[in-house]
Structure formats: C-alpha cells, structure tokens
Ligand binder design. Structure first.
Ligand code: IVH
Length: 677
C-alpha cells in the first residue's frame, strides 16, 4: 500500500477545515456559502483520500459522523455537574412573582437583565469536548446520571465534532436541546405512515425515538438538529461575565444558538418578549413550548443559587399546550367538492393550541385503521400553529366497553349515491359526481372550463350565484336558464347575462371527447377522454362497456376503468345525462366528428425545417385536423407553414398573399386545437 505523502495529508486537513467551515456557515449562521453540489464534491474528494490512505483519517473528520464509534452503547454516565430542570410559570402573575423573588434575594429594586430564550421542545443533551474534540455525549437521564449516546449525536450535522477557532479550552461541556424541525417531522411521519408503520405523536417524541436508536446509521437518517443553551468550563474564571456572552462564545466554537434569543431588562420587557414569541410561535420551523428567562449576569446567578432541582435564576414561562386528551363522541363523513369522503371526528370540546377544538379530521379509512380509533375512545388531539387539529394517538387503556368501530357508509351522506373505494386508493368517493350537491359547483366549473365545453363567462362568480339561488342544480339546468332568470340578480349586469345565455347556447353541440371530458369522471383527463371517444365512438358504447372492455383502451388501467364504471352505474348521473339530452345538448359521435374537423377542405403547405417536430409529424397533425398537405403553393393554398431557411415557397406565398405561419405560431395553433398525430 502506498503511504500518504505530505501533500495528501495537508490536502485532507485542508478539506476537513473547508467542510467544517461550510457546515458552520450552513447550520450555525444559516448562511450557506457554496451550493450543495460543491459541498458534495469536496466531501467526496476527502472520502476518496481517506479510503486510499486509511492512516490519515482523524476522529473529527466530517466523513466520520456515522460508523466511527460502532453501535450506541447507552452506558450509564455520571454528570459532572447535575443537569437540573426549570421551574415553570403558567401565568403573568407567576412570572411577576419570580422576578420579585429574584430582586428580593438580591436585595435590589433595580430592573434585572434577563436573557429570553425559546424553550425548544426536544431533549437535553450534554456534550464534552476535550482539546476541542467531541469525546462524549449523554442524555439528561435523571439529572445525575444519563446514557452515553455519543455515536448517535455525532450524526447530527449541527453538532461540531471539533470546535472552531484557536482558543479552545482543554475541557468544556456544552449543553443544549436536540430537536426535530417540523418539516422533517412531517416527512418522517409520512414516510412511516406510507409503510404502514407507527408514526410519532409529535416532534419531541420523534427526536427521542431517533436518539434511542442502537444503530447510528438509523439516527443519521432522521432530521435532527441541536441548539446550544449553556456552557460549563472546568476553569470557570475563563467564562465571560454573562450568560449572553458565554453563548456568543459557544456560537464561535461552531454551535447553533437560537436566533430568536434576546435580552430584556425588567419584567415588563420579559412579558413583551413572551407575547412576541407567542405571536411568532406558529411560524417557527420547530416546536417550542414556552420561553425561558435567565438572569444574564453569572455573578448574580451564583448569588441566587439553586433550590431543590432548579436554579433560582431561571424560569420557563409556558405557552398553551398543543396536545390534549379528549373523547371521540362520534365520527361523521363529509363530502368534498370533488367527492372525496372524509371521516371527521366529533370531539368533546377541548382547549388546545390556543383554541377550542371540537372536530378533527381523520383523513380516510386507512388512517382510522392505523390509529385504531373508535367512537368512545380517549385520544390525543394535537393542534400546532395554524395546522388543522389532528387525532394523533388513541389511549387504548381508556377504551370503554361500548366503544364502536367506525364503518365507511355505503351511500353518500349528501346525495345517497354509492360510495366507492377503488382498490389501491386510500380515499373513498361519492360516485354521484354530476348530481351530488356537495360537488355541484365543482362539476359545473369543470363542465364549463375552457378545455371542456368552454362556456365563456361562466366563472366562479356566476356559479356561486346560480347554485346558491338554486337556479342551477346540475349542469343540465344551465340549458334551461332564461335571460329573465339572470337579469334581476345583483352584481350581474344585463349585458353579462345576455352574453352568458349566448355562451351556454353555443355549447350545445360538443364533440364527443370534450363532452366525455366535461363529465368530470375521476381521472379521465383530456387524453383519456379522446382515447375513449375514438375507441368506442358513442357515449352509449362507453357507458355500457365493462371494466375489461374499458381497459382495452390505451392509458386506461384498472383504477380508471373502475372510476368510469362506477360513474355510469349511478342512476343519478345517467339521469343528468338524459336531462342534458332533453335540454337539447347533442354531442357528436366520432364519425360525425371527423366531418367537423376544423381544417376540413383546406390545403396547407409545409416549407423549411421545424425545430420542434419532423415534417412527417407536422403533416400528420395537419391531416388529423382535416387538412390536405400539398407540395407546392398556389392561389388555392389556405396557409403556408414556414420553418427555418424557408425558400421559394415562402416567397411565392407572400407574392400571392397566402397566409403564412412561423413555427411559433404553428405550435400555438396545434396546441389550441389539441391535435394528436
Ligand atoms: S436551561 C438549569 N434553556 O427544558 C437550567 N433549557 O425544564 C437548565 N430546554 O431539560 C435548562 N430550551 O431540555 C434551558 N433555552 C433553554 C431550553 C431548555 C429547552 C429544556 C431542557 C431542560 C428543560 C428544563
């Protein structure tokens, strides 16, 4: 094996420093200086060097976050300085009492300077650095003995493996909170739920579970962060005079400290800081459960000392809880505007996350099964920030004997159409898409949309009025509207009423595929509608086809076939289609459609080269629209498409006054006509 040259050793050292510095910029300063890709390249360069010359690896190398220490031991470790807890204040009064006690003890009437820090909702950890290198990380445990979790802590990118700067002490202990930011928590839970595994109730639980892993490689995949909030030195005389300055020191060593931290003098300023942080709470990317006030001067801290297990110089002013227990009194099913059936838990009202909550979504039947939630169960309800309340856990020990299992109803609670759940889909749906009042507005909006029947002017404003006034129940009612129905309506002018009636009238003769698309059958988009129309030719044939026949159409798989079948199986939908017919809507079968092609009777000429398609393709697409494509320009030519380097044909067209389209216009024209070759 070759030995590392001094150059290699120095390059590896340099890479470690660069990577450590970028880590600091990213995690501590929130100010990345290089793109992730560049970081990855440097990281790989170091990895390659270390793989080639294993003797140059150092324990603080950024490549050694996982695996360097084997499995996590969870060995008992004694804390050199006990890890105490904090007293709580639950009201303004209790905070004022605290401030008064501090002043009384210090025999002063002067305002006290406090550091105000968010109380992060995670787990306390203690980190030992010897000669600047992370040598031991431990949990709080009972405050006197904790567990060794060094191998897991090393995987957290915001924990420095080596302290930055030249003036690092021989021995220092940094304490702080390990927590899981909300985004990471949500994606972790989603990942777990998708695999049918148990999810975590809240970010704190998720952080605890992630630190409790035996394998650091598992912890490494969990999105954990660490924020430092205190420092202790063997030689205390080396510490700055205030807690605040101590934390700035810690930050320079490479730790993240909380960016919301600030100073406040006097209890009024503390109360203001409390209010402001509370305002901000919902928008923070991590969870906090209060604000901690700490006397800033270390000399005063020392004078105040401790009582039982908490310091006299600090207090946690708590925020309203984001989780509470309550009882599911009933489960009802709601129908969304697209027919999705959502189970909603009716809860015994409970004050949580700052509001009284009496409903919580249960999402779908899979979620109910996953939680094993039953009517009568006592559950954890969580409401964080502005997020809608969630049932996150059932307390099965408190389940009463008469608890009822939740069943999906067979028919829609709004329109009584069948509820169907297509295999492989989590969501159950009402199949009365055209008829169901819950889906009315959406059905009309879709029917009238530009890509469907393109009823100009029938926007949300009209739809709201027409549905709310019960002038329109289903799309068929649109065709029965008279101008006099519309002119009396407030906010709607005479002209707009007249235009609307005309636009509705113009939509009476759609081509088949547009009509199929306009029905709003689940998962039947334009392409599928076209494929169905050209395969079956008539609406009758589509509506009578069984699932197997439907699946012989390109793009139609079992799920889409299931949706189509259940749509046409609903008598209410059939009735609405019949009502459309009765109202004079006549869609064209495919053969007739061919006669209606927009370019029927026209002759087009292609010249020059197109960058976006071949000439054959352009020809096929024009032919699909009914045009004949000719090789030479004459006075009878309808249009010339001129690509790059178009020559004599273009000149001739211009001479004869034949319309010319460039490639951009042509592409737009094809898109507007939705052709497919
Ligand atoms: S100071 C002697 N500062 O709250 C003082 N604690 O109830 C020790 N915590 O176990 C703690 N954010 O896990 C302090 N900015 C902060 C904190 C904080 C969260 C947690 C910590 C501690 C618990 C105390």
């Amino acid at each position: 094996m070759t030995k590392a040259t001094p150059d290699v050793i120095s390059r590896a050292g340099e890479l470690r420093d660069i990577l450590t510095e970028h880590n600091y910029q990213y995690y501590v300063l929130d100010d990345p200086r290089i793109p992730d890709a560049e970081y990855d390249r440097l990281f790989r360069e170091l990895q390659d060097l270390e793989a080639k010359y294993p003797e140059i690896v150092t324990p603080d190398s950024p490549t050694r976050r996982v695996g360097a220490q084997g499995e996590t031991t969870f060995e008992e470790v004694a804390h050199r300085i006990p890890m105490l807890s904090l007293d709580n204040a639950f009201s303004e009064e209790e905070l004022r009492d605290f401030d008064r006690r501090v002043k009384d003890r210090l025999k002063t009437t002067d305002d006290i300077e406090y550091v105000c820090e968010p109380k992060l909702d995670g787990l306390a950890v203690s980190l030992h650095y010897e000669a600047g290198i992370l040598t031991r990380a431990a949990t709080r445990g009972d405050g006197y003995t904790g567990e060794d979790i060094t191998a897991n802590i090393r995987t957290i990118p915001s924990v420095p493996l080596k302290l930055r700067g030249d003036s690092v002490p021989d021995l220092v202990e940094v304490r702080g909170e390990v927590y899981m930011p909300l985004k990471g928590f949500e994606s972790l839970n989603k990942r777990l739920a998708d695999r049918g595994e148990k999810t975590f109730v809240n970010p704190r639980n998720a952080a605890a579970g992630s630190l409790r892993q035996k394998k650091p490689s598992v912890t490494a995949r969990r999105p954990l962060e660490m924020c430092a909030y205190s420092v202790a030195l063997e030689d205390e005389s080396q510490l700055p005079a205030t807690h605040w300055d101590g934390l700035q020191q810690v930050r320079n060593w490479g730790f993240r400290i909380n960016p919301e931290m600030r100073l406040a003098t006097g209890v009024e300023a503390c109360l203001k800081a409390y209010d402001e942080l509370m305002e901000k709470r919902a928008s923070l990317p991590y969870e906090i459960d209060g604000i901690v006030f700490k006397v800033n001067s270390l000399a005063l801290q020392q004078q105040l000392g401790f009582v039982s297990r908490a310091p006299r110089w600090a207090i946690a002013h708590k925020f309203p809880a984001q989780e509470e227990l309550t009882v599911i009194e009933d489960v009802e099913f709601q129908v969304g505007r697209t027919g999705a059936i959502t189970p909603v838990a009716r809860l015994k009202p409970v004050f949580v996350g700052g509001v009284t909550v009496s409903n919580a979504t249960l999402h779908n039947m899979d979620e109910i099964r996953r939680l094993d939630a039953r009517i009568g169960d006592t559950v954890f309800v969580r409401r964080a920030g502005d997020v809608i309340p969630q049932v996150v856990k059932v307390v099965t020990e408190r389940r009463p004997d008469n608890a009822r299992v939740v069943e999906l109803p067979e028919t829609c609670p709004v329109c009584q159409s069948d509820i169907v759940q297509i295999e492989g889909e989590a969501v159950a749906r009402c199949s009365g898409g055209l008829f169901c009042p819950a889906q009315r507005k959406e059905a009309i909006r879709h029917y009238a949309s530009r890509k469907a029947l393109d009823i100009e002017g029938l926007g949300d404003k009209w739809i709201d009025i027409l549905v709310e006034r019960e002038l329109v129940r289903t799309v068929a009612d649109l065709y029965l509207l008279k101008k006099s129905d519309l002119t009396g309506l407030e906010r709607m002018g005479e002209k707009s009423a007249e235009n609307l009636i005309k636009a509705i009238d113009r939509s009476r003769h759609p081509v088949l595929w547009k009509f199929v698309y306009a029905l709003g059958i689940r998962e039947v988009g334009e392409a599928t509608a076209k494929a169905l129309a050209s395969h079956f030719g008539t609406l009758e044939a589509i509506s009578e086809a069984d699932e197997e026949a439907l699946q012989s159409v390109p793009d139609v798989g079992p799920i889409v076939a299931g949706h189509i079948r259940s749509f046409f199986d609903q008598p209410h939908n059939q009735e609405t289609i019949q009502a459309l017919r009765d109202a004079g809507v006549q869609w064209q079968s495919e053969e007739i459609t061919a006669e209606e092609k927009p370019l029927k009777g026209e002759t087009w000429v292609l010249t020059g080269s197109l960058s976006g398609m071949t000439r054959d393709e352009a020809k096929a697409r024009l032919e699909a629209l009914g045009a004949k494509v000719a090789g030479s320009v004459s006075g009878k030519t309808s249009c010339v498409v001129a690509g790059e380097a178009a020559g004599s044909k273009l000149a001739k067209a211009e001479k004869l006054g034949v319309p010319v389209m460039d490639e951009k216009a042509f592409t737009g024209f094809l898109a507007a006509h939705n052709t497919q070759s």
